[in-house]
Design a protein around this ligand. Structure first.
Ligand code: ZN
Length: 276
């Protein structure tokens, strides 16, 4: 049955490559998909028993797969806003504020930087439980961190993904939904990262909206975000929802909904790296 297994493995790999995964070279084989297809094959009884034993061994540790990747989490903003301006990207003559204060909850009274840190800390635990190495750009609310400094945490750790956690605000209190934000294919700084950044953004927004049930506002491609432009690894901003929408703000303040956000983002990261 080895011949069939090889053929099906090749087919499974081809299928996996067609998904939202960008073919990251550190990506591991999509083990689960291969197993699913191998079970379908007609085999002599003896061979079936051997394969079933092998499958049983694999099933004993379904969630304990090794994650070799490093993920940097960036809880947006801070109570102490980094002062001054920074270039929009490496070598740019256009300057932007080094950081901004963010939005706040109309009914929860939470500040965005508090919510971002709370969710990021929960997400760090979840990703570590799944086996990832996780670094944070800040771990308290009273440190100023500029956009370049945030990107440099990812750049200096040779991270595989840079995931920036934010919540949205609008003058229109009916605006709601989650989105992710990445660079365009014509990014003036690191255009070669577009494909992976877009795949990361797609994987996260789709899983996030599926798990939380929130409106899926898709991926916004823009080259106006300094932190994304300075990142030398695939980067995305996750806008979890609108703190200016009373319903969404109240939801995002709850432990239960935050846990759903965390699961959605972690599932998206797993899918990006080929673990789902
Ligand atoms: Zn923000």
């Amino acid at each position: 049955m080895r011949r069939w297994k090889i053929i099906l493995t090749a087919a499974a790999l081809a299928l996996a490559a067609a998904g939202c995964s960008p073919g990251n070279e550190k990506e591991e084989e999509p083990v689960k998909k291969v197993e699913d297809l191998v079970i379908e094959v007609d085999q002599p009884e003896a061979a079936q028993e051997t394969e079933q034993e092998e499958d049983k061994e694999k099933e004993e540790t379904p969630e304990q797969k090794t994650r070799t990747q490093t993920v940097v989490l960036d809880p947006g903003h801070s109570s102490v806003v980094a002062s001054g301006t920074e270039p929009l990207g490496p070598g740019s003559t256009e300057n932007k504020a080094a950081d901004t204060s963010g939005t706040s909850g109309t009914v929860s009274g939470l500040t965005e930087y508090e919510l971002n840190l709370t969710v990021s800390q929960k997400l760090r635990t979840e990703l570590q439980n799944r086996g990832y190495t996780v670094l944070m750009t800040r771990e308290s609310n009273d440190v100023p961190v500029s956009c370049i400094e945030r990107a440099d945490v990812a750049n200096n750790s040779d991270a595989d993904a840079f995931v920036r956690i934010h919540a949205n605000g609008s003058e229109d209190s009916s605006a709601k939904g989650a989105m992710t934000i990445c660079i365009t294919p014509d990014n003036p700084f690191y255009p070669a990262l577009y494909e992976q950044a877009r795949a990361l953004s797609d994987c996260i927004i789709n899983n996030l909206s599926e798990v939380t049930g929130c409106e899926n506002d898709g991926v916004w491609e823009t080259d106006s975000m300094s932190g994304n432009n300075w990142s030398q690894v695939p980067a995305t901003i996750v806008e979890m929802g609108y703190m200016t929408n009373p319903d969404e703000d109240a939801l995002m303040a709850t432990d239960d909904y935050q846990n759903k956000i965390v699961k959605g983002i972690a599932d998206g990261i797993d899918q990006y790296f080929g673990y789902r």
